[in-house]
Design a binder for this molecule. Structure first.
Ligand code: FAD
Length: 423
């Protein structure tokens, strides 16, 4: 019998869950055997572990960080926007927009809500179908770990993976605790965003090792930066917020808030459009999307002929912004001095303001990584590799990226579930 044969289900939980992780090894010179080995104890890995464990599979999850579910803990400002009740495949970016359909249809937001309700976690809808915990994201991690315990899953924090080899029976994985032999290997190691939280390119390297294509990666759901004169023009506006604008790149548009920062622009409308923007793309912002500004200005000229343009604009835009627009780009004169065509032109610009972004804040602050393991090499029903039987990729490491608003966790749950049913 192998020295480290897995004696039975146990959970080695991280300090965050209240129990110290044991610094044990899997036998001296021997190895541990398991049915399913999952790399990464984030949202996708834990959901996959629960599902496979419930099927009676022996499951080990290894996590190189000192805590499991770090991104869940910090998500949604500490309240975890755990799903979106309106999630459909149209809310995701991927080179193959059809790939996510099967998994998303088989594990829906209602399925996750049922799990949250089973654990009596209070939640609320904030806006646009986004569901948040009333209290804390810790409840979601606790719920997932409790489900792991119930399903007999072993979770090990502080346990990185050094190398993976294919064997006749499955996979041999060298982890920080020793060698593990597994029939199925699930890669749930996430993307590159927030390296300080344990993000690594490990999943992409592993995919390449097994001849999978990895599509170019870039930061998504990320603030945009401005540079040179563009930054100078807006710098004084740092801290100014607009509750609703419409950001546009090509035919894609998002309505939500915008915030000027010291280095550029942020806020939900910018994070959303950042996933569709690439350097050189034409970014437009409708600063007053609920108003035909040209018509409004004509009306104001009648009503307040002596008022200056900056005062009139300052009634519907933040005053500092109205003033800056007039100093830098528009002239401010009493309204009666403007001809119809001039007011129409000012209005058209405010409804279609061009902003020249130079780049993004990058993975340091990005919520997600776009691109990743090419879905062409994976089964959309099970997430299994078409090249290497027994190998699975789930969650953010795969080339499926959701919008802001709970969509990314829904993909993590759904893809984790799909693999957990098959691995
Ligand atoms: C600040 C922030 C807030 C967010 N808020 C939300 C939100 O409210 N709603 C939403 O839907 N999405 C949100 N997201 C996105 C969401 O967190 C991710 O899409 C989701 O966590 C992806 O799940 P995953 O399991 O694929 O990857 P992750 O959650 O990143 O998990 C991967 C795990 O693998 C581990 N790992 C990596 N390499 C190795 C290795 N070599 N060996 C062992 N372990 C390894 C990592 O440490 C990590 O724990 C947020 C992201 C960030 C950064």
């Amino acid at each position: 019998m192998p020295l480290g044969d897995n004696a039975g289900p146990h959970l080695v939980m991280p300090a965050a869950a209240g129990i110290m992780g044991e610094q044990r090894r899997y036998g001296h010179g021997g190895f541990l055997k398991t049915d399913v080995l999952i790399i990464g104890a984030g949202a996708a890995g834990l959901m996959c572990a629960i599902t496979a464990g419930q099927r009676g599979r022996r499951v080990l999850v290894v996590e190189h960080a000192n805590k499991v579910g770090k991104k869940i803990l910090m998500s949604g400002g500490g309240r975890c926007n755990f799903t979106n009740i309106g999630a459909t495949p149209a809310n995701y970016l991927s080179a193959n927009p059809h790939f996510a359909k099967s998994a998303l249809a088989r594990y829906t937001p209602n399925d996750f809500i049922a799990l949250v309700e089973k654990h009596r976690i209070a939640y609320h809808e904030k806006e646009l179908g986004q569901l948040f915990c009333d209290d804390s994201s810790k409840q979601i991690v606790r719920m997932l770990l409790d489900e792991c315990i119930a399903a007999g899953v072993t979770v090990e924090a502080n346990c990185g993976v050094q190398r993976v080899r294919k064997t006749l029976q499955g996979f041999s994985v060298l982890s920080a605790r020793g060698e593990v032999h597994a029939e199925s290997l699930v890669v749930a190691s996430g993307g590159l965003s927030l390296p300080s939280m344990g993000a690594s390119g490990f999943g992409y390297e592993l995919a390449r090792q097994f001849d999978h294509d990895v599509l170019p990666t870039r930061a998504g759901l990320v603030p945009l930066t401005l540079s040179g004169k563009h930054q100078e023009h807006y710098r004084e506006l740092a801290g100014v917020a607009l509750p609703v604008v419409e950001t546009r790149v090509g035919r894609r548009a998002f309505r939500a808030g915008l915030l000027f920062t010291h280095r550029g622009i942020s806020g939900p409308s910018i994070l959303q459009i950042s996933s569709y923007w690439q350097p050189g793309d034409d970014l437009r912002v409708d600063l007053l999307p609920d108003r035909q500004v040209g018509a409004y200005l004509l009306g104001q000229r009648m009503a307040r002929p002596l008022a200056e343009l900056k005062t009139v604009l300052g009634d519907v835009l933040p005053k500092r912004l109205a003033q800056r627009l007039c100093e830098q780009w528009l002239e401010s004169r009493p309204m009666r001095q403007y001809r119809d065509a001039e007011l129409a032109q000012v209005g058209a610009r405010i409804n279609d303001w061009p902003i020249t972004a130079s780049g993004t804040e990058g993975y340091r602050t990005a919520e997600v990584t776009l691109g990743g393991v090419d879905t062409d090499g994976l089964s959309s029903a099970t997430m299994q590799s078409k090249l290497v039987p027994g190998l699975y990729f789930i969650g953010e490491v795969v080339d499926v990226t959701g919008w802001l608003g709970g969509y990314n966790f829904q993909w993590a749950w759904a893809s984790g579930r799909a693999a957990g049913e098959a691995a």
